[in-house]
Design a binder for this molecule. Sequence first.
Ligand code: DQA
Length: 133
Amino acid sequence: MNGPNLNLLGTREPEIYGHETFEEYFNGLKGKFDQELDLYYFQSNHEGAMIDKLHEVGFSYDGILLNAGAYTHTSIGLADAISSIKTPVLEIHISNVHARESFRSHSYLSPKCKGCIVGFGLKGYELGLLSFL
Ligand code: DQA
């Protein structure tokens, strides 16, 4: 699940987030994990829609990879949603949030998540999937 502004991957600040769209990357992942995992992608720029989706899938899916974008640093609502569901959530950040502005170092979500992967580019999503195999 990707949060705000991540629909613009590929064109958004490519020096930080790279040149690939998430759809291209995700199709590659689906091909790679074809035999082992059923993968679904959801993106929203709206905090409430993300909370609704966590509630919807969070009692039946095996795992959720969540890049909440800027809501990572602001959203107690998302943190509470992670605490409220059964499915383990893994926090992903494409960039190394600890090497950027200081406000990006704080996450309301990390304490509620199974683990965090930051700074490995889009590859972080694949690393996250491996942890669920
Ligand atoms: C991000 C890091 C956040 O600080 C930022 O607001 C994003 C993307 C990342 O994947 O590196 O939107 O979550």
